[in-house]
Design a protein around this ligand. Structure first.
Ligand code: PEP
Ligand code: MG
Length: 847
């Protein structure tokens, strides 16, 4: 014998009933609010989660009291989880329909209406409750179809279609309760952030029967358009055509040229609906989509949900509600998901169009772009010269590809992870990028890309990169435009007023700096200077410098680079107009500037007027087994000090020049890859001397700040003594993560998804800061630094600087600012404001 659940707990929703969203679900709570607002909601009852859970566990509900509450009427049963995003089983309508009701409806409304309702219920009961084959129950309504469906049910189930209301209620609730516990439903809601023990409530509501001589039907209405958020009455109404009253048809809500509208057919109902929407907006403090029924001319409000909306509409709605005094500015800030902002900054592949997917990889930089495939940086530049949009497809990218990357509209690499070269550069440039697309194979010889099933794409074929979803698509796709509108700007200004951690941008070029200004970054937190040497004319001089046999020869080459660097820095200072600019001294291994193939070496030998064998010997001598752990960063600064001296001179001369025109510039000079205090001392002595020389030569006074990039574990551990010589410590969490894990940032993409799927790492640590490990080094480094030098400025300039969870960590740890790619600056500004607000609200709750 199965036990009966005590149904004392179901509760009729009245204005004063004790409805708790955690127990009865969001839908029950929302319906209670509508009832309190005096909206014409049909009788409704809520079943709490614990009861639904007991039903799923096998207890049979005693539905007599519930059936009595809805005596003689049909009901709908809808899911009501705590959060609408968690979904739930589909609504079942017209529960209680049986032969008696069919006879009653036939008498009152005619056979067609009665057949349609009964058949609809038998179909949904057979498919969703009895789990019979849907193919047997798909006929259009007619008396014959109804008879056939009832017969099919009886044949399959060996019993008559249930006629008892109590049995129908019991079985529908049981099937919904069990559907909620199913594995697929569980995985789907967990992906939307539901906890493992998320529970389901149910809402039982008297059906508003869309029938009668006066206008009848069902519909939905909302006062805004869901893609842009602009005011516009939108929705549908489906009912009998008021002109001929025969066929059921869809009416538009608002009068227009397309045909009949609800506005014309029932102007008073239309006005009442608008009034209800406005009441919901003012009192529920949200733009709601109202579901309604017209029952013989009388309006019923069945349900209301927040209007489904794009990110762009979400921003506009939040700002407009605050401007109208309905919510506070703080609430507006909290209502927009920061990550969604990046959708507004780029073209997006229109989500409504069908997709012909070639491969899915890691979504490394958001946005969408279509263009012709090219397989080399040189071809990308050639395409751009012809004014042709191209997509650069590579196994992986290297610093020498930078010009080609600039020329492309999007980038795809077969290898790499979130902080591989392609990913970092693309985010900086705001280009859509997919890395780690390991299911494609690229043949550089044949200039083809082969997808997993063997489909081949050639150079010149048009493809689309959706960097937001990580999908590469065949052909050209429809795009949605970026939207840096006044609502976006307003929301971010409100965010700036409450945020308590700074946000700077990583910017290497004048273009980057302009983007950083456009997104209102508070300065440049990292300028990677090496990218300035990849211009064709500079690369040759750079190579001459590398090949110089004597310090004198080296100086000749560096003297030629000096004015170029000075012009680079002057441009940055001018654009940033007095905002801080942090310039990192040269960082990569020198071999990155040398050709890798024989042809390139031959050309170099010719350019340098040296024998090919010598060039090959030099290249060989500079190659390292583990270049990322070899001669790079400050190690070059210590062993070949002239490079840093040239850069320092360029920075200081640019400072003097830019300060003449505008606000006094106080440049920040940053030393990369430090692991020992002595490295800083050696470099500092030389840079101080260069500053003194420039002051002497120009007669101008200027200040500068020298700081250290903490990106080796040892630098974090020895941050105390290092801070003696550093005005700031900027944590380069890309290298720091690489070195803490002993995990190559350029190769990890190959197995990262396996690692995350198997739960080895909770997330890709190059994407979300590993608070337990790398985070502890940040805490140790910042505490030791501050102990020795209280006013030392602390920041993060790795890619984590643009990740909301990592920003929260930096804020909690007392960092002064984060620095991220310019296109992530708006996300960081909003996320930082939200953390400040939630902290503030939590502490107000405590006191
Ligand atoms: C870092 O290592 O975190 C960093 C910002 O430098 P890069 O990415 O240039 O190595
Ligand atoms: Mg680094």
């Amino acid at each position: 014998m199965q036990k009966h659940t005590d149904f004392a707990e179901f509760i009729e929703i009245t204005p004063t009933a004790r409805i708790d969203p955690a127990r009865h679900g969001w839908r029950a709570k929302c319906l209670q609010r509508l009832i309190r607002l005096d909206l014409p909601v049909p009788r409704t009852a809520a079943l709490p989660c614990d009861t639904v859970r007991a039903i799923a566990a096998g207890q049979l509900p005693d539905v007599n009291r519930l059936a009595a509450l809805f005596d003689g009427v049909l009901v709908s049963i809808r899911p009501s989880p705590a959060n609408p995003a968690w979904g739930g089983p589909g609504t079942v309508l017209n529960v209680g329909m049986n032969a008696d009701k069919h006879a009653e409806f036939t008498r009152e409304q005619g056979a067609a209406f009665a057949d349609a309702i009964y058949l609809g219920f038998v179909q949904s009961y057979a498919i969703h409750v009895a789990r019979l084959d849907p193919d047997m129950f798909t006929a259009e309504p007619s008396a014959a179809a109804l008879a056939a469906a009832l017969a099919a049910y009886e044949a399959e189930m060996d019993e008559e279609f249930p006629q008892s209301r109590a049995q129908q209620l019991t079985e529908v609730m049981r099937s919904m309760a069990r559907a909620w516990e199913g594995t697929t439903a569980r995985l789907l809601r967990e992906a939307k952030g539901a906890p493992a023990d998320a529970a389901l409530g149910l809402v039982v509501q008297e059906m508003a029967q869309a029938m009668g001589p006066a206008l009848s039907g069902r519909g939905k209405i909302q006062m805004i358009e869901g893609v842009t958020g602009a005011p516009q009455i939108t929705g549908r109404f489906r009912g009998l055509n008021p002109a001929n009253r025969k066929a059921e048809e869809t009416l538009y809500l608002v009068k227009d040229r397309r045909g009949h509208s609800l506005e014309e057919a029932a102007p008073e109902v239309f006005a009442e609906l608008q009034k209800h929407c406005l009441t919901c907006r003012a009192r529920l403090r949200e733009e709601m989509q109202v579901e309604f029924a017209l029952e013989n001319g009388a309006l019923k409000v069945i349900d209301a949900v927040t209007v489904p909306r794009s990110s762009r509409a979400a921003v506009r709605v939040a700002v407009t509600l605050a401007n109208d005094g309905i919510i506070s500015r703080d609430d507006a800030i909290l209502r927009v998901e920061p990550r969604a902002l990046s959708e507004l900054l780029h073209y997006q592949v229109d989500p409504r169009v069908p997709r012909d997917r070639i491969v899915t990889g890691i979504a490394a930089s958001p946005g969408g772009a279509s263009g012709r495939i090219v397989f080399s940086a040189a071809d990308a530049q050639a395409s751009a010269a012809r004014d042709e949009r191209c997509i650069l497809v590579r196994r992986e990218t290297a610093p020498e590809d930078i010009r080609g990357m600039h020329a492309a509209v999007a980038i795809v690499t077969e290898r790499g992870g979130m902080t591989s070269h392609a990913a970092v550069i693309a985010r900086g440039l705001g280009l859509p990028c997919i890395v780690g697309a390991s299911d494609i194979s690229i043949s550089l010889r044949d200039k083809t890309l082969t997808a997993k099933g063997g489909r081949v794409f050639r150079e010149g074929d048009v493809i689309t990169v959706d960097g937001t979803s990580g999908e590469v698509l065949a052909g050209q796709a429809e795009m949605l435009e970026p939207a840096l509108d006044k609502w976006f700007t307003t929301l971010l200004h409100w965010a700036d007023n409450v945020r308590d951690i700074g946000v700077r941008a990583n910017a290497d070029t004048p273009d980057d700096a302009r983007t950083a200004r456009m997104f209102e970054a508070e300065g440049i937190g990292l300028c990677r200077t090496e990218h300035m040497f990849f211009d064709e004319d500079r690369l040759t001089v750079m190579r001459e410098m590398i090949f110089a046999d004597t310090a004198k020869d080296r100086k000749v080459a560096l003297d030629r680079l000096l004015p170029m660097q000075r012009a680079d820095f002057t441009a940055l200072f001018d654009i940033m107009a007095g905002l801080p600019v942090c310039i990192r001294l040269f960082d990569p291994p020198l071999h990155e500037f040398l050709p890798h193939d024989r042809e390139g070496m031959r050309e170099l030998a010719e350019a340098l007027d040296r024998p090919l064998s010598e060039v090959m010997r030099r290249v060989e001598a500079l190659s390292e087994f583990n270049p990322m752990l070899g001669m790079r960063g400050v190690r070059i600064g210590v062993t070949v000090p002239e490079i840093y001296e040239m850069q320092a001179r360029a920075i200081f001369e640019a400072t003097v020049e830019a300060s003449k025109r505008g606000a006094a510039v106080v440049p920040e000079v940053m030393i990369p890859l430090v692991s020992a205090k002595r490295e800083v001392e050696l470099v500092k002595t030389r840079i101080d001397a260069v500053a003194a020389a420039v002051r002497n030569a120009t007669g101008a006074e200027f200040d500068y700040r020298l700081g250290v990039m903490v990106e080796t574990p040892r630098a974090a551990l020895r941050a105390g003594e290092i801070a003696q010589h550093a005005a700031f410590l900027s944590f380069g969490t890309n290298d720091l993560t690489q070195m803490t894990y002993g995990l190559s940032r350029d190769d990890a993409g190959r197995f990262m998804s396996d690692y995350v799927q198997k739960g080895v790492y909770p997330e890709d640590p190059f994407h979300v800061l590993d608070e337990d490990g790398v985070g502890e080094l940040l805490l140790i480094g910042s505490a030791r630094g501050r102990q020795i030098r209280q006013d030392v400025t602390l920041s993060v300039c790795g890619e984590h600087g643009g990740n909301p969870a990592s920003i929260a960590f930096c804020r909690r740890s007392g960092f002064d600012y984060v620095s991220c790619s310019p296109f992530r600056v708006p996300v960081a500004r909003l996320a930082a404001a939200q953390f400040a607000l939630t902290d503030q609200r939590d502490s107000e709750k405590m006191y």
